[in-house]
Structures are given as C-alpha cells and as structure tokens.
Design a protein around this ligand. Structure first.
Ligand SMILES: Nc1ncnc2c1ncn2[C@@H]1O[C@H](COP(=O)(O)OP(=O)(O)OP(=O)(O)O)[C@@H](O)[C@H]1O
Length: 625
C-alpha cells in the first residue's frame, strides 16, 4: 500500500540525474537573491499546462481516496460481515470486489497522474531550455566574456532539470502527500477521536526528526558530489595533458593523487549511505513503535469493547500510511531550495539583454549590391570603458583590396575584427560598409556581407561537405566541390577515404591545421560574403602547407575585400595596405616595401620574424649571378 514513493536508502530519493543537478544547483554560487520569487518568475511557463495540473489534482484526489478507502473497506468487512453474530458472505464478496475495484482505480489514476505530470513538467522545461538556448545564442560577445561556458551549459542542462523537479516532484508531493495526510487524519478521527488525538503527537515529532536528518543528509550528499567532481576534473585535466605527464614521468605521482581523490570520494559516499540508512531505519523504527502503541492502546480498547476489531485494523493501516507523506514532504524542502537556486540562475541569464542590438529601423541592405568598401572612422574601443584597447583607428579599404593588420601580441588586431563583425560596438567613432554605418544594418545582413575565418577554425561534427556549406541545404554538392577547387582544397579532400563525405570528429581533430584553414576558405567561397576577415592562425605551418594556404588565400580573397590579421608577415607581403598597430594605435601604414623602407616598427617586426627580405631572395639560386 505504498503511496507511490518507494523507500530508498539513498538520501533524497529521485533519479540520479536529478540528484546530480540538485547537488550542483545547491553547491555552486548561492546568491542571496535566490528566493521563492525566482521560482515564481518561471510560473508563466507553466500557464499553458494549467488544465493538466488541474487534471493531476483530480487524479491525485482519486488515488488518495482509494488509498484511504481500502483499510476502511477491510474494517467494514471485519466488523460487519465477519462478526460471528451476523456473518454475511455476500457482503464479504461485495467488499472484496469493491476493494479490488478501488485498487484498479487507484493504479490507473496513479499511472495517468504520473504521466501527465511528467509530460507537463518536461514540456515546461523544454520551453525554458529552448528560450535559454535562443537567448544565449542572441547574446553579444561581451556576455561570453563574463559568463563561463561551463556555467551556461549547466544553466541549460542541469539547472533546468532541477527546476523541473519543482514542477513535478514538489508540486506532486505537496498535493498528494499533503492531501493524503489530511485524508488519513480525517479517517482516523472518524474512526476514533481519542486514539487519533494520541497519534497526532507523532506529527511534529516526525517532522522535526525528518528535517534534522535531511539537513545533514544533504550536506553529506553535497560532499560526495563535490568529491566526485574533483575526480572528474582531475581526470579531464590529466587526459588533456597526458603527453606532458608521460614526458616528465609523472604517471606515478598523478596516480597517487588520483587515488587520494578516489579515496576521499569513497569515504564521503560511505558516510552518506551510513546516515541515510540510520535515517530510514529510525523512521521505520518509529513507525513500528507507533504500530505497537496502537496495538496496545487500540487492543485494550477492543478488549473493553470500546472499539471493534476492524477499527483497530484500520488504525494500524492508517498509522503505517501516515509516515510516508511526512517523509516525502520534508524531502521536498531540499527540492524547493535547489529549485530556487537554479531558477535564480536561469533568471539571471534570461534577464540579460544583448549588448549589441539591431537598430529598430535598420537600413535595408541588398548584399548582392554591396561592393565591400570598409571605413573605420576615428574608432576607439575598450572591453571595459576605462581600459581602451583601440584608439582613434582611422582607415579605408577599397572594394576588392587586401589589407593586412600587424602588431605585437595584444596590440589590438583581433579587436578590430571583432568590431567589424559587431561582436562589440565601438565606444567612439563609427564603422561603415559602402557608406552605411554597420550599426544601422541588421546583424543578419551584416554577417551575410562579412565572412570570418578565425585562428582556430571551428569545424562541426558532420562531413567535410556539411562543414563547407555550414549545413545550408541550398548550397549544392557541385557548388561545394567548386568552392574546394577554387581554394585548392579539392585534392586534399579527394585523398581522404570518403572524400567530401569524410566525417569530422572533435572539432575536426582528424585534419591538420592547414587542412582546416583550406576548409574554412572553401566555406567562404561557398557562402560568398563580399568582405572576408581572416584571423590568421598563429601556429607555423610547414612550408608545403604554407604554400597551399597562401594559394588558397589568394583564391578566396580574389575580388573580395579582405582584412588579414597577420601573425606571419609573409602572408600579407602582397597586401594593398598594411596597418601597423602598437598599443591600440595605428603607428605606421603603407605597403610592405614602403614600410620596410621606413625602417620603423614594421621593419623591426620583420627583422624579428626571420623572413629574409632581399629582392634577390625570391630569385632561384640558379639564376643568381
Ligand atoms: N574579451 C576580452 N575582454 C577583455 N579584454 C580583452 C578581450 N580580448 C582582448 N582583450 C585585451 O585587449 C587587448 C587587445 O587584444 P587583441 O586580442 O585585440 O590583440 P591582438 O593584437 O589580436 O593579440 P594577438 O596577436 O595575441 O591575438 C589585449 O590587451 C587583450 O588582453
């Protein structure tokens, strides 16, 4: 005659996933703002399911009623039909049928109650998760600067899961267990007010014991989770750095450290179970003691003919049922706490508006008519307003030109790129494409015009062809192959076992750096933006790949305004204009030759880069006189 909550010696009960998320939710940053309001703010998501919740309530009432009815039926059978004075076999059969009927109704009600509630809870979470995902995707880069990716992943995955506990477990328990308790109490008072009154002493006692234990259980549970996280973090770091560990012969030391973490986890886990078992058995002990007390008090009453035997039976059954809802309700305290923390964190993310937003009245842009003229007009920028990283940047790139931006590390090269793509907005000045302020275009239009290849070429899980067309179905296979041909990637791709259908794993780890660059070039040709920004990879390539990449670059920049953030000066030797940045300012500008002739910072960088620049250096040794 369980009320649907199976007893578990694991503290907290519930699924592993939910427990993990609850622990995470509670162990991470507990903001003072995490309160019931945070949860209430998520209530509108539940509104479309209000009929479902009402349905669940009705089903819960039916289910509880059948539970309370069953001992009562047995009581009637014993006292009315089994009494030796007036035995009634037909009545007995009728009661048995009613009993079976109530069990069947209870089971069916319970089934639908669980299914409807889970469906509603998970639907709510689905909506919240989708909104979070969309919201995060809409954010500007400054948002990602201040929000660790790991935290966002947790928001979308486990925080939402924790909140779902509120909509399912918490809601269900409050209704089901609260109602169940009330019904049992009413039934007991209905049977015998005196014995029922004595039994009421148990309620505060059970609540206090339960809450005290739960607090401790929660603490131990969190310790176990934290120690498990330590193991996972250590393992991840070790796997990532396995080469270094092997080269420096640190395997034993690392294994010892791992075992310490492992042991700490074992101890925490055993301690957690220990307390959990003590708690459950204490509860059971109290339950049995209560039954014994009822047998004693009720039995005496039976002997004195104060109550009938069936009433005593029903009392014993109700006392047994009595413990489950109290246990379950106190357990919800944890659920409520974790859900509030998780809901607060979700709310914090949902409240952030993107720093870069589209103009409410954007200028319509026809990208096919865009020529690709870029102007930076006295642009100043800082990731934090009081720390400028670009000052008074002023330059123009004519359509189809290639421009190189060079400078020491941290000079502000990538920041220029981030402004042109509107990952950030300038603090002062403006940036124009074909005379249109990019803040006046929608970001969708802008990103159709401006293509970007970042240092670390990002490849998605999928085939090479998928990666070239970035999952845009309207780009045909022929167009993909043509794009690859143009940048000189076709041969390399054809050599792969499955050609264009070769699957890429783990951000394209099965390709070399140069090969990834070529795929990125082909991607640009296939998508065809008028402007290309290339944040060149810092790692040096072998000379053969370097040649492939530079041929690819020539192809991809052909007829396209190209801005190269150059880490290798050789890449931009033929650029129409080179900007030399130093501490956020343009300190020199000109062509490769003119800058070398100037003998300033560029010439300096050039000398340090180790590239020989002698006109004769390009001449084949055989032709030297
Ligand atoms: N997201 C960011 N938040 C805060 N500061 C940043 C951020 N990105 C860059 N910076 C700072 O801005 C300055 C310019 O960085 P930027 O990445 O533009 O330089 P860079 O010339 O491209 O350097 P590198 O050649 O090393 O890539 C640096 O001082 C850097 O620390």
């Amino acid at each position: 005659m369980s009320l649907g909550n199976e007893r578990s010696d694991r503290p907290g009960g519930g699924s592993q996933a939910s427990k993990a998320s609850q622990a995470q939710a509670s162990s991470r940053d507990k903001r003072p703002g995490a309160n019931f309001q945070s949860l209430l703010r998520l209530l509108p998501y539940a509104k479309p399911f209000r009929l479902n919740f009402i349905g669940v309530m009705v089903l819960v009432i039916i289910f509880n009623a059948t539970n309370v009815l069953q001992p009562w039926l047995v009581k009637v059978a014993i006292d009315r039909d089994l009494s030796t004075v007036n035995p009634n076999v037909r009545g007995l059969v009728f009661i048995s049928l009613l009993y079976v009927g109530s069990v069947v109704v209870g089971v069916v009600a319970n089934y639908f109650q669980i299914i409807i509630l889970q469906f509603s809870g998970q639907s709510i979470i689905r909506t919240i998760r989708l909104e979070l995902f969309r919201h995060i995707e809409r954010q500007s880069m400054s948002f990602f600067d201040t929000n660790a990716i790991g935290r966002l992943v947790t928001n979308v995955s486990s925080d939402t899961e924790t909140v779902s506990q509120f909509f399912t477990n918490f809601f269900l328990s409050m209704i089901r267990d609260g109602l169940s308790l009330v019904m049992i109490i009413v039934a007991m008072f209905e049977l015998n007010g005196r014995i029922a009154g004595d039994a009421m002493i148990l309620i505060p006692l059970l609540f206090v014991i339960s809450l005290l234990f739960r607090k401790q259980l929660r603490r131990r549970y969190q310790t176990t989770r934290t120690r498990l996280s330590n193991i996972v973090a250590f393992l991840a770091e070790n796997l990532a750095g396995v080469r270094i560990i092997q080269i420096f012969h640190q395997e034993r030391r690392q294994a010892r450290h791992f075992d310490r973490l492992n042991n700490a986890h074992r101890e925490a886990n055993v301690a957690e179970y220990q307390l959990s078992v003590i708690f459950n058995r204490t509860f059971e002990l109290l339950g049995n003691a209560a039954v014994a007390a009822v047998v004693w008090i009720g039995g005496t009453a039976v002997l004195h003919h104060a109550i009938l035997f069936g009433t005593l039976y029903a009392f014993i059954s109700y006392i047994r049922q009595f413990f489950q809802p109290i246990n379950s309700i106190t357990q919800q305290w944890n659920t409520l706490q974790s859900s509030m923390v998780a809901a607060d964190r979700i709310g914090q993310v949902l409240m952030v508006e993107p720093a870069v937003e589209d103009d409410p009245k954007p200028v319509p842009v026809h990208d096919e008519r865009i020529e690709g003229r870029i102007e930076f007009r006295d642009v100043s920028f800082g990731y934090k307003p009081d720390r400028p990283v670009l000052r008074h940047i002023d330059f123009t790139v004519e359509p189809g030109q290639m421009i190189g931006v060079v400078g020491a590390t941290g000079a502000g090269k990538s920041s220029i790129m981030s402004l042109l793509t509107r990952f950030y907005d300038p603090l002062e000045g403006d940036i124009r494409i074909d005379g249109i302020d990019i803040r006046k275009m929608t970001q969708v239009d802008l990103h159709r015009i401006v293509g970007l290849i970042q240092q670390d070429v990002y490849l998605f899980t999928g085939t090479i062809a998928d990666n070239i067309r970035i999952f845009r179905k309207e780009i045909s296979d022929e167009a993909v192959i043509e794009a690859a041909h143009m940048v000189g990637a076709h041969e390399m791709i054809s050599r792969l076992p499955k050609g264009y259908q070769t699957p890429l794993y783990g951000k394209g780890a099965n390709l070399s750096m140069g090969e990834r660059q070529l795929i990125a070039f082909a991607r640009i040709v296939a998508l065809g933006p008028r402007i290309l920004i290339l944040d060149e990879a810092t790692a040096s390539l072998d000379s053969q790949t370097e040649e492939l990449v530079s041929t690819g670059l020539q192809a991809v920049s052909h007829n396209r305004t190209t801005l190269v953030i150059a880490h290798r000066l050789a890449t931009i030797r033929d650029a129409d204009l080179i900007l030399v940045l130093d501490k956020g300012r343009i300190v020199e500008r000109g062509t490769h030759e003119s800058l070398l002739a100037l003998g300033g910072l560029y010439a300096d960088l050039h000398a340090k880069s180790g590239i020989e620049y002698e006109p004769e250096a390009n001449v084949h040794p055989m032709h030297k006189v």
